[in-house]
Design a protein. Structure first.
Length: 578
């Protein structure tokens, strides 16, 4: 995406940055006095040569030394203070945008867009924050003083000023070359490192499968290829950036020595004060120090700039969500009206012109072959994927009229692949609430018939689990996922292959949960392959090729569409519903 100066995302970043404008002014004031105090060293050298050595007064030397110690102490306090202020500027910037960037990343990830700015959004925000607290940004406040110090050197002698300006031009040229020559290698190194890190994370999450299928050697070889490429790019960019840093440092030290040499020559031939010779050398080091500092921190500058551009792109692509008018708790009346859904990133609809209604107390089974659009419908019913055409309404209101978090509290969703998050079982059931309601957690587990199963675990509801479930079986994870879906008494349950990992007891527990939801006036939609999952369904929706093939009472649809009607009705069929 091409960067635009008036992009909404860029404007958001600028507004977040402008909230600390008063702090920037404070840093500027501190920098003014800190740089003024940088003149302490040169002035001290002049005073020593002009007064102390000529008068041979120890009292003068002691007085000057105490004054210099005091002034350097004040300078150190100012420098430390502005560093603390900049740290808080960076923290405020990140804090102001944390939720916004997190929401944007989650939105794009829910649409399957897991590359580009969506993948690095939070890292980009941290990169900008690190740039804000780095010495590179502090150097920006010091660089305007470089001409002042150069003028001071010129006052001592024009030749010294010419040497200082020449050195400054060389360093600025090196800085510009550094920017253009290191940008691409650094970006390539960051991209390669991210790719290797993501591959490692994926392999780690699927460690059980990798180990059981004897894939450890093969996956390591593939990861090592990505890792070697990352190391190669990192070394290349490090060598290039290090070359510029070393060149700058060496050249600056040479300039200081050259300044002393030229000053010594002028002392010998032109009557230049020896104190001025040393003072000019000190001023030279101070004048060029911000430039050297910026070059030394150039990797941080480049990453921060890249992060800024990525954040601008991300926030432009995902506008901030508008505040929705709070609606009353809905009834379980679901109306799907000519719904057409195009999966994110694709051109062809996987669900086309589908219409049906579900009343409170009803359970609808959605059946059809693989790829018929069942999971697409589930994602659309939960609001994760929006309809490209038509409407999905809950109690008369379209899903986009609800705030996503509020809508999620009214809908219980059990996806095909149940994932638990790092935390306790109680926290997972409570949907990671900061303060889980213990009573509601137990009630949800009881409704999902998972209560006694959880009590048998080492620490019961306080048993900690990892992202992949740890030692929990697939059936246990699925039952905990069902309890999570039922937490808070949602009016609508959307269950995508809810019994794929369940045994006979689990299937019975699932049917009990469905009956309870119906009895409480809720509605249930079950995307199913197995006949046991639709035992409690009143209605059946048959999808084929993304279109509705049949919808009506279960028995009527089964007689018309399924040849093994008696087996399915009894829940004994060995194969899937087709």
């Amino acid at each position: 995406m091409k960067k635009q100066d008036n992009a909404p995302g860029l404007e958001e970043l600028r507004q977040a940055r402008s909230r600390s404008r008063s702090l920037y002014w404070m840093v500027g004031i501190f920098s003014f006095f800190a740089n003024m105090l940088m003149l302490t060293g040169p002035m001290f050298m002049l005073a020593v040569y002009n007064r102390v050595l000529s008068s041979r007064s120890e009292e003068t030397l002691i007085a000057l030394s105490l004054l210099v110690a005091f002034l350097y102490g004040i300078m150190g306090i100012l420098d430390y203070t502005r560093g603390r202020v900049m740290a808080r500027v960076g923290a405020r910037f990140q804090s102001d945008l944390d939720r916004r960037v997190f929401s944007a990343v989650m939105h794009k990830s829910s649409l399957g867009q897991t590359s580009g700015s969506a993948a690095t959004g939070l890292r980009d925000l941290e990169a900008v924050q690190r740039f804000m607290i780095s010495p590179a940004l502090t150097a920006v406040f010091d660089i305007p003083w470089t001409p002042v110090f150069l003028i001071g050197i010129t006052i001592f002698h024009p030749w010294l000023g010419m040497l200082a300006v020449f050195g400054g031009v060389i360093l600025i040229t090196v800085t510009i070359l550094n920017q253009f020559m290191t940008q691409k290698p650094i970006n390539q190194a960051n991209s390669a490192s991210y790719h290797a890190e993501m591959m490692s994370e994926q392999i780690r999450n699927e460690a059980e499968m990798v180990q059981s299928l004897g894939m450890r050697g093969a996956t390591f070889d593939r990861w090592q290829i990505a890792r070697d490429k990352s190391l190669e790019q990192t070394i290349k960019s490090s060598d290039l950036a290090g070359g510029f840093t070393s060149t700058t440092k060496s050249f600056r030290l040479f300039l200081q020595s050259a300044m002393l040499a030229l000053g010594a020559y002028l002392v010998l031939t032109d009557g230049l004060n020896p104190g001025a010779m040393i003072a000019a050398s000190i001023l030279m080091g101070r004048a060029l120090s911000p430039i050297e500092q910026a070059i030394g921190q150039w990797a941080v500058v480049q990453r921060g700039r890249k992060g800024w551009d990525n954040l601008s792109e991300l926030l432009t692509e995902v506008p901030p969500s508008q505040t929705k008018t709070a609606l009353p708790p809905p009834k379980a009346q679901l109306d799907v009206q000519q719904a057409t859904v195009v999966p994110p990133g694709e051109q062809q609809a996987s669900l086309r012109m589908v219409s049906f209604s579900v009343a409170p107390g009803q359970a609808v089974g959605v059946i059809g072959p693989s790829g018929s659009g069942k999971s697409t419908l589930a994602r659309a019913l939960t609001g994760v994927w929006r309809t490209a055409g038509g409407k999905i309404r809950l109690d008369g209101a379209s899903l986009d009229q609800y705030d996503p978090d509020i809508l999620g509290s009214h809908i219980g969703y059990l996806p095909q692949r149940v994932q638990l998050l790092e935390g306790t079982i109680a926290e997972n059931i409570a949907r990671m609430a900061a303060s889980p309601d213990a009573e509601k957690v137990v009630q949800a587990a009881q409704k999902a018939a998972a209560h006694h199963m959880i009590l048998k675990l080492p620490d019961g509801y306080d048993t900690r689990v990892s992202g992949n479930g740890g030692r929990l079986s697939g059936g246990q994870i699925q039952r905990i996922g069902l309890a999570r879906a039922m937490y808070g008494d949602p009016v609508l349950l959307v269950l995508d292959e809810p019994n794929s990992n369940l045994d006979n007891d689990g299937n019975q527990a699932l049917n009990i949960a469905i009956r309870q939801t119906k009895a409480n006036g809720g509605a249930v939609l079950i995307m199913a392959h197995r006949p046991a999952a639709i035992q409690e369904c009143d209605m059946l929706l048959v999808l084929e090729g993304g279109a509705k093939r049949a919808f009506g009472p279960k028995d009527d649809v089964l007689r018309e569409m399924v040849t093994n009607h008696q087996q399915i009705k009894g829940g004994k069929a060995p194969g899937g519903v087709s």
